[in-house]
Design a protein around this ligand. Sequence first.
Ligand SMILES: [Zn+2]
Length: 291
Amino acid sequence: MMSHIEPGVFVRHDPQAQPAPVIFDSPHSGAEYPADFRYACPFNLLRQAEDAHVDELFDAAPRMGATLIAALFPRSYIDVNRGIEDIDQQLLDQPWPGPVSTSDRARVGMGLVRRVCKPGVALYDRRLSVAEIRNRIDRYYRPYHEAVANAIIEAGGRFGAVWHVNCHSMPSSRGARVAVAGWERADFVLGDRDGTTCSLGFRLLVQGILEQLGYDVRINDPYKGVELVRRFGQPNLGRHSLQIEVNRRLYMNEETLEKTDGFDRLKGDMDTLCSAITAYARDQLTAAAAD
Ligand SMILES: [Zn+2]
């Protein structure tokens, strides 16, 4: 299998069939904890931030002709699905010297570098230095973004259009200790930032396949898509980015991250989805060529 690994940072699996203009990326499934992380919260709680096994759920993509890129570091170390200026000043031991654009997520400790492991649980017992955050940006965040950008730009240039699928998993409920009606999440949430990051046709294709497979699907509720689809989704330039959130209850124990019996069925269905997406992309190119 053709692949390229940047140790500890990302792995890129290249197409093993005739290449299609499709890029999958899994930014949050990494579980190689860097030695300089120096977190202070319980490791089992920290690991619950991972989108565990999502890289494996979509690993059929290269066999269909797509590229698959997966982060190897954990999202709790630095989150590539946040803006690079989404700095949480409360976490730092001195003022950030560059531009800062703090999001609501960073204000509650869930920005580019998290301050909390989960609400009410501090991730560190110290403040972080500017040099520490800089190192995470330069050695992890930027190389990951560059890998995805290069794959998208290369495929877009070669084929004239490209479809990018940004793959995640979500907790089954909003953290309520007791199940409350309406707090259970759908099986899948598709995010196109309210119709701005991909064509309607592409979103409907993915939605239709998932519904045919028997899943309930919600659109932009509660996840609209964040930095990666925002950055790469430019449908007017032929670049289509869609975020997929898979409900963790479909495939794993959300506390231990162990796969459940549901994993194999879901994996088979994601193989079907990968196949349908690459076929769709090839069809779109053929249709465009015939115009
Ligand atoms: Zn995620």
